[in-house]
Design a protein around this ligand. Structure first.
Ligand SMILES: C[S@@+](CC[C@H](N)C(=O)[O-])C[C@H]1O[C@@H](n2cnc3c(N)ncnc32)[C@H](O)[C@@H]1O
Length: 265
C-alpha cells in the first residue's frame, strides 16, 4: 500500500538498489519511520522520487557517505547515559570479573567509537595490567573511519571526567582531543551488519544501545536471540535507555538490573 511519502513501486525499487549497493535491507526496519526520514531528504533536495535521489547520491562518494550517515543515524558521545556507565563500572564489570579475569566485550553499533573507548577507559582504570578485548562494530564504513581516527570535540566528551580526559586524551593544536594509544590498543574495529552477518561468540558483555530504534519487532527479537547465543553463560547484554526488552524471559534472559539482561549460568 502506497504511503503519503512514497509510491509502492518507488519504495520497492529504492530498497532493491540500496540493498544491492550497501547490503542494508530496509525490510528489517520500520517502513513508516524510514520513509519519513528519507522523504525529508528527497523533498529538501527537490528530487521527484526516492530512486532519483538515490541515483544522484550514488554519483558522488562524499554525498553517498553523508546519505548513509543520515540513514543509519550515528549520534553518540562518551559515557552516554553516565549513570548506566557508573552501574557498569561499579556492579556489572566486577561481577563479570569474578568469572573471567580477561573480558571479551562487544560494542555492537559503535558509531563514532565513543562507546568502546569509554569502555576501554573503565577497563584500564580497573585492571591497568590486563589486556581485555573490545570488539567494536558498525554497519557504516565511514563512521568506522572516524572511530578509528579517535579524535573528538568538546561536546562529544562532555560527560567524561576531567581526570580521565587528562589521563587518556591528548589535546590537539585545533582544540579537539585524541584518544591515547593505551586506550586504543585493546579495541578491534570491524564492519558488521547486525541484521545479516554471522556473530562471533564467547562474549562476557555485549552493548547494543540506541541501534535498534528503527528495527522491526521481528528483527529485534532475532537480534536479541543471536546475542543470547553469542554470550557466555552469565554474560550480560546492555541495551539503550529507551530499549527495555519486554519479552526477555521468552528469549531466555533474566533481568539483572534495568537495561542489563543476563544469560543464565
Ligand atoms: C545512534 S548510534 C549508537 C551509538 C552508540 N551505541 C551509542 O549508544 O551512543 C547507532 C549506530 O547503529 C548503527 N547501525 C544501524 N543499523 C545497523 C545494523 N544493521 N548493523 C550494525 N550497525 C547498525 C548505525 O550505523 C549507527 O552508527
Amino acid at each position: 500500500m502506497s504511503s503519503e511519502f512514497v509510491s509502492d513501486r518507488d519504495w520497492a525499487e529504492f530498497k532493491a538498489k540500496l540493498k544491492q549497493k550497501t547490503e542494508i535491507d530496509l525490510d528489517l526496519y520500520k517502513a513508516a519511520q524510514m520513509q519519513r526520514r528519507i522523504s525529508n531528504l528527497v523533498k529538501r533536495n527537490d528530487f521527484p522520487s526516492f530512486t532519483a535521489y538515490f541515483d544522484h547520491v550514488c554519483k558522488d562518494k562524499d554525498t553517498f557517505a553523508e546519505f548513509i550517515e543520515y540513514l543509519t543515524i550515528n549520534v553518540s558521545e562518551f559515557f552516554r547515559n553516565s549513570d548506566r556507565f557508573d552501574q557498569l563500572e561499579r556492579d556489572i564489570i566486577p561481577n563479570l570479573m569474578t568469572r573471567s579475569s580477561k573480558l571479551n566485550i562487544w560494542s555492537a553499533g559503535c558509531s563514532i567509537g565513543a562507546e568502546p573507548y569509554s569502555l576501554s577507559m573503565i577497563m584500564k582504570d580497573k585492571t591497568p595490567a590486563t589486556r581485555h578485548r573490545i570488539l567494536a562494530s558498525d554497519l557504516d564504513i565511514e563512521i568506522l573511519n572516524k572511530a578509528r581516527a579517535g579524535i573528538y570535540t568538546d561536546a562529544e566528551i562532555k560527560a567524561m571526567t576531567l581526570d580521565r580526559r587528562n589521563r587518556y586524551m591528548t589535546q590537539l593544536p585545533d582544540g579537539r582531543y585524541s584518544v591515547n594509544q593505551e586506550i586504543r590498543s585493546c579495541i578491534e574495529f570491524k564492519r558488521h551488519n547486525l541484521l545479516k552477518d554471522p556473530f562471533e561468540s564467547n562474549f562476557d558483555l555485549i552493548l547494543c544501545r540506541n541501534v535498534v530504534i528503527y528495527f522491526t519487532e521481528e528483527a529485534k527479537d532475532q537480534l536479541y536471540a543471536n546475542f543470547f547465543k553469542a554470550l557466555k553463560p552469565g554474560g550480560i547484554l546492555f541495551v539503550g535507555a529507551t530499549e527495555a526488552i519486554l519479552n526477555f524471559r521468552k528469549l531466555g534472559y533474566t533481568s539483572y538490573k534495568p537495561f542489563f539482561y543476563q544469560k543464565p549460568l
